[in-house]
Structure formats: C-alpha cells, structure tokens
Write a protein of this length. Structure first.
Length: 133
C-alpha cells in the first residue's frame, strides 16, 4: 500500500515537472519571436535623414528567419549588406557594411513601416521605410 502511494506521488511529480519544463521552454522560444501578423521580410522604400549629403533615398530588402534577419540596403550610390538583424517584439536592430562604411540601425516595426535611428562613422540620423505592396 505504501509503495503504491509513493509510486503515484512520484509519477504525479514527474508529470508536473515535465509540464512545467514544456511550458517554460515554449515561452522561452517565443520570447524573441516577432509579433504575429508583423513579419518584417520584404522590400522597403524610404529615406534616411540627417546625412551630410541631405536626405538619401533608400531601398532595403530583408529576409527573415524566426527572430533574425539579413538583407541588403541600397542608399544613394552605395550598397550595403545587412547582418546581425534581430527582432524583439516590434523592435528591430541590425548592422550594415559595404567594406568601407560600417553602421547600425535601431528601429520599430509597425503596420508595414520601419522607423528609427541610424549611425555610421561620425554621422547619424533618422530613417523611415515603408513596405512595398
């Protein structure tokens, strides 16, 4: 009788621990995932403000895998590779480089638009991008 109760108690404890582990793992995996209905992958057109050359028209193309992304950024006469892109809810960050110029962006994604701040070398400013339909 005692061993039957002990076995049942151990079994219930094991089920409870397994369920807690599953829920924790699921929540941890989803923590950095983009918000549902707001995938950032695609092509965007917009402008970078604040450069010494004035406003610069730009096109950004992003490929998303889970909560990370890579892509390209064409700004004026220059092309850049986008790397180390991260998504945390509606917050986006990425680095960019063309071999000579390195920089970064911190922005928000909302309703098909990316708005934020960019910096490269001693320059910086804001940027506004809208997803192409």
């Amino acid at each position: 009788m005692v061993s039957s109760r002990l076995f049942r108690c151990i079994r219930l404890t094991a089920v409870a621990v397994s369920a807690a582990f599953f829920v924790s793992a699921t929540l941890f995996a989803q923590a950095g995932a983009p918000a549902k209905g707001s995938p950032v992958a695609g092509k965007y057109d917009g402008v970078a403000h604040g450069a010494s050359q004035g406003d610069i028209a730009m096109t950004v193309t992003l490929a998303q895998t889970g909560a990370t992304f890579t892509g390209t950024m064409d700004a004026g006469q220059m092309s850049f590779s986008i790397y180390d892109g991260k998504i945390d809810g509606d917050k986006l960050t990425w680095s960019f480089s063309n071999g000579e110029i390195n920089g970064g962006v911190a922005a928000e994604y909302k309703d098909g638009a990316i708005k934020g701040e960019w910096s490269a070398s001693s320059e910086g400013g804001s940027l506004e991008l809208k997803k192409q339909q």
